[in-house]
Design a protein around this ligand. Structure first.
Ligand SMILES: *[C@@H]1O[C@H](CO)[C@@H](O)[C@H](O)[C@H]1NC(C)=O
Ligand SMILES: [Zn+2]
Length: 381
């Protein structure tokens, strides 16, 4: 039987909103590894960083550079994440207008960690926070790097998993399967074949995401729902890492999630934990909307999912696009490292809140039950 202790009541209050604010101490802790006083602060160095620099090479599907980056991802995951993360490949092939009859391989990489106690008959209950970016680079101009497009977003997502790995583990160790908790999992999808080979069109673009959306629509669970139905929120990062990004809120349905991410950014700035000083004051500037007439959206890897009914989408892409977009200048030297690290902290904070990780960071004073209760109350207002 369920013990209804005080902490349980608070916990339930938290799950009705499904989103728990992180304390200042937790935000400080997750930012620390990227601060100057940490020995791992160089992971995002574009020239020497162990995480980012190996991705900053041409990665055209089917080429050796592409395979080397795949190997780097796997190596990073295996050396930095606990073995509870499952690595899944989703491979397809397609012709492209640039390559004639030859079939080009497109290989999406999925890294996921399932909540505990999920048996096959309960797979449909898992709500996957789905974090995505594409890792392929443009076919032409030859030698194109795609640092913001989208090497940096891939690095940010892998870093977020590494940062939150232990806290997720601690949260789930303490988990009691009383049927009351939402089964929240987290998965990262690194898409292949986002770029067009000749000219952007319905057929020449989004090769990997079109194939994956199709496959997940056809992957059915015992209750008849599909793998697409288990996506609770689809967060797509693109074109991040250049100085002064301004990212609008694209979808009314997920504007609340945008606002939550913007709140994480503002709190990190107020705590002095971010390095950048963007001209607009912040990256996520579009929080206070008087009109709910959300305009168009930018075509990207979320579109095949949107077309199949996945409409909880948060697209984190600056408009206007960075000046270097689709030019040879989109390389290591034109990244703004402060901006890169700041995005990593913002995204990680958002995921930590979504996954309700408050109280599960080691060495963070979590305060009394009363204080925790106040966080939950604040969330409900
Ligand atoms: C899919 O592609 C990856 C990366 O090239 C490869 O390691 C894996 O073996 C492939 N899987 C299948 C089933 O072909
Ligand atoms: Zn691109």
């Amino acid at each position: 039987m369920t013990r209804l202790t005080l902490s349980h009541v608070i916990f339930l209050a938290g799950t009705t909103t499904g989103y728990t604010t992180l304390s200042d101490a937790a935000l400080r802790q997750l930012s620390f590894p990227l601060s100057a006083s940490s020995s791992s602060s160089t992971e995002f160095d574009p020239f020497t960083g162990s995480l980012l620099s190996p991705i900053l090479v041409p990665r055209v599907p089917g080429t050796p550079g592409h395979a080397a980056v795949q190997a780097h991802f796997i190596n990073y995951i295996k050396s930095n994440l606990s073995p509870d993360w499952v690595i899944e490949w989703h491979n397809s092939t397609s012709v492209t207008p640039a390559t004639g009859d030859k079939l080009v391989p497109f290989q999406n990489l999925i890294i996921k960690r399932e909540p505990p106690g999920i048996t096959r008959d309960r797979e449909h209950e898992v709500e996957w926070l789905t974090l995505a970016a594409h890792y392929d680079s443009l076919y032409r101009p030859e030698g194109f790097i795609g640092a913001v497009d989208s090497a940096v977003p891939c690095a940010i997502l892998l870093w977020a998993l590494k940062e939150l790995d232990k806290a997720i583990g601690r949260k789930w160790e303490a988990w009691e399967d009383d049927g009351l908790e939402q089964a929240k999992g987290v998965q990262v999808v690194l898409f292949d074949g986002e770029e067009a080979w000749v000219q952007w069109s319905g057929e020449d673009s989004l090769y990997g995401s079109r194939a994956l959306a199709e496959d997940w629509q056809n992957t059915k669970y015992q209750d008849g729902s599909s793998r697409l139905d288990t996506i609770s929120l689809f967060v797509l990062l693109d074109l991040l890492g250049a100085v002064d990004p301004t990212v609008p809120s694209f979808f009314g349905k997920t504007h609340w999630a945008y606002q939550n991410m913007a709140r994480v950014e503002q709190r990190l700035r107020d705590l002095g934990l971010l390095e950048s000083t963007p001209k607009a004051g912040k990256f996520l500037h579009d929080t206070d909307r008087s009109n709910w007439n959300f305009g168009g959206y930018v075509e990207d890897d979320h579109v095949p999912f949107l077309r199949k009914g996945v409409d909880d989408i948060l697209h984190i892409i600056p408009t206007p696009f960075p000046k270097v977009w689709h030019t040879m200048e989109d390389d290591a030297k034109n990244l703004d490292v402060g901006t890169v690290k700041d995005w990593a902290k913002i995204v990680t904070g958002f995921v930590g809140e979504w996954m309700d990780l408050e109280g599960h960071f080691e060495g963070v004073e979590t305060g009394t039950e009363d204080e925790k209760g106040r966080y939950s109350e604040k969330d409900e207002l």
